[in-house]
Design a protein around this ligand. Structure first.
Ligand code: NAD
Length: 547
């Protein structure tokens, strides 16, 4: 019986290697294979069902998937779930729960290891192509996200879980002590954002790996790639009902699921406002839950790049081009506020703006485009409104970009704003688009500059400092200790890799439970400490009672 509870594994099994990043150079086999997959996917738009208890469910409420870079391109249609299907999904999860919780860990892990192997072996094409088409990612962005990070979560989380399970209390010849890492009692509600296919993979799979059952609501704007993930789970042998795929009306689904007494946890990534609303709903319903739900949320960011007066400007410029504008700035970690030393502002800006002139924007189907379309009309309008307000703000000047074009797709030019006010709106609020706002600080008072960075926005997700001297790096590390959950020295603030940079931030950026580390997995267990006494006492009298 013990064997099914613990693994007896060595305490620190080595982590599997990361999935190698393919280059997609012109004429390379991977590029040819991906291009063939893109053509085939465009020619065969799917009609995407829900998956509840392993069965495909069609509601008849069909919604189009349109390419963000070309409104006329319909990539498929999906059936929209509502409250009734949410109840069905939670019931299906409940039905699957007992068997899945009893499934030995190594078998649960095998499903996800198999999913990773399937990705490396060929499914990478589907995941990459669907993310390029449906989420407007260029080849490289699709590769590092939908292919590599997804495979990394599926491969590395099991090794991290094994380390966790191996963490066992001390026993001796008279007693055996075991930590039984039980799944939570009930279902986990996983709500994923559009911007990373890998996050959509991790949010349901991390709790499922730990023995939980899940109702997964993907974002409406990433249903295409997320549907391939749902199919991948089936192909990898995940039993029916363990992860239920429920694209649909967020409010109705959320209201139905969060009213259930068996809501055991929420695994969310998305905006701070939506996370706050989920937490409030959980608090309102608290007395009706069987247990306190685990609430894990990774939310927004206002990520900084701080350039020290002594920094290598070429490296800092490169980090800003990539960190602010890759995937159109639609990364929670994207650089969006830049602090330049007044003494080198001109030098930095001259180089930065020159580099930006070489950045091309357009369809991701043309791989020479570095910047592609933003996700949808809502994002296009919101980002555009921020830029328009910056144009009207006397403290702000538009240094690059500032235009947008929705004639074919949702294209927003990479935009650089210079402001004289470190509290100007685009310096403080998450825009979630290709907009970087810069402020020049007074070089003679670095402490004051670091205070501005630390207090400049409510978020604390990622941040980067460019400096050369160890003492300067140490100064920044101390002054900005709480300003970012992922802190980069001489590197861009994006691109965290599973097993290397566990990801997440505090303050308004979330609960900092670090996706891609045991810290996240531990939230999906409810440990039971078991003691077995090999020599139980047979006399209740303690010796001290003697006289
Ligand atoms: P979003 O908050 O709009 O949506 C996230 C998910 O919540 C989607 O599935 C959406 O359908 C759902 N949702 C929306 N309204 C809801 C409601 N009222 N009730 C329940 N669910 C609801 O975010 P998005 O636009 O998909 O993603 C962008 C946001 O995500 C940004 O703020 C970004 O910073 C954040 N993000 C954070 C991280 C991180 O790790 N910290 C990673 C990726 C994205």
């Amino acid at each position: 019986m013990y064997d099914s509870l613990i693994l007896g594994a060595e305490p620190s099994p080595a982590l599997p290697p990361n999935e190698p990043v393919k280059a997609y150079a012109p004429g390379s086999p991977e590029r040819l294979a991906l291009e063939a997959e893109l053509k085939s996917m465009m020619a065969n738009p799917p009609e995407i069902p829900l998956v509840i208890g392993g069965k495909e469910v069609r509601t008849g409420r069909l919604r189009d998937i349109r390419a963000p870079f070309d409104h006329s391109l319909v990539l498929g249609r999906w059936h929209e779930a509502g409250a009734a299907e949410a109840a069905m999904a939670a019931d299906a999860a409940a039905k699957a729960a007992t068997d899945w919780a009893r499934t030995p860990y190594r078998e649960r892990a095998a499903v996800f290891r198999k999913a990773a192997a399937l990705i490396s072996g060929g499914w990478w094409k589907k995941l990459a192509a669907a993310s390029i088409l449906g989420q407007s990612k260029n080849y490289h962005q699709a590769e590092i996200d939908a292919v590599c990070e997804t495979a990394d979560f599926f491969r590395i989380n099991p090794a991290l879980a094994e380390r966790l399970y191996a963490e066992q209390p001390r026993s001796d010849e008279f007693e055996t002590n075991i930590m039984d890492y039980r799944p939570l009692e009930g279902f986990v509600y996983a709500v994923s954002p559009f911007n990373f296919t890998a996050i959509a993979a991790n949010l349901p799979s991390a709790p499922a790996l730990m023995g939980n059952v899940v109702v997964w609501k993907p974002a409406s704007t990433s249903v295409l790639s997320n549907w391939y993930l749902a199919q991948l789970y089936r192909e990898a042998g995940l039993p029916p009902g363990v992860i239920n795929f429920l694209p649909g009306a967020s409010r109705d689904i959320t209201a139905a699921l969060m009213a259930r007494p068996d809501l055991a946890g929420i695994h969310f990534t998305g905006s701070t406002a939506v996370f706050n609303s989920l937490w409030k709903t959980a608090a309102e319903n608290l007395s009706s839950y069987r247990a306190y739900p685990r609430i894990v949320g990774e939310t927004g960011g206002k990520d900084f790049v701080f350039v020290h007066p002594d920094a290598d400007l070429e490296a800092a410029v490169t980090a800003c081009v990539r960190g602010a504008f890759e995937y159109q700035g639609q990364k929670c970690s994207a650089a969006s506020r830049l602090y330049l030393p007044r003494s080198r502002k001109k030098e930095f800006m001259d180089r930065f703006l020159a580099e930006l002139k070489a950045v091309k924007m357009g369809s991701p189907l043309d791989p020479s485009n570095f910047v592609n379309a933003v996700i949808d009309k809502g994002a296009f309008d919101t980002i555009g409104a921020y830029v328009d307000r910056a144009k009207a703000n006397p403290s702000c000047s538009i240094m690059a970009g500032g235009s947008r074009d929705s004639s074919t797709g949702w294209f927003v030019e990479p935009t650089v704003i210079m402001t004289e006010d470190p509290r100007a709106e685009p310096m403080v609020e998450e825009i979630f688009g290709p907009v970087l706002t810069a402020y020049a600080y007074d070089d003679s008072d670095l402490d004051a500059a670091y205070r501005l960075v630390d207090q400049g926005a409510p978020y604390a997700l990622t941040g980067a400092v460019f400096a050369r001297e160890r003492a300067d790096i140490d100064h920044a590390l101390v002054a900005l200790r709480n300003a970012a959950g992922n802190f980069y020295i001489n590197d861009k603030p994006t691109g965290a890799v599973v097993g290397r940079q566990p990801f997440g931030g505090a303050r308004a950026s979330g609960t900092n439970d670090k996706a891609g580390s045991f810290l996240n997995l531990v939230r999906w267990t409810s440990p039971r400490a078991i003691k077995e006494n090999m020599a139980p006492p047979r006399d209740w009298r303690y010796p001290f009672l003697g006289t």
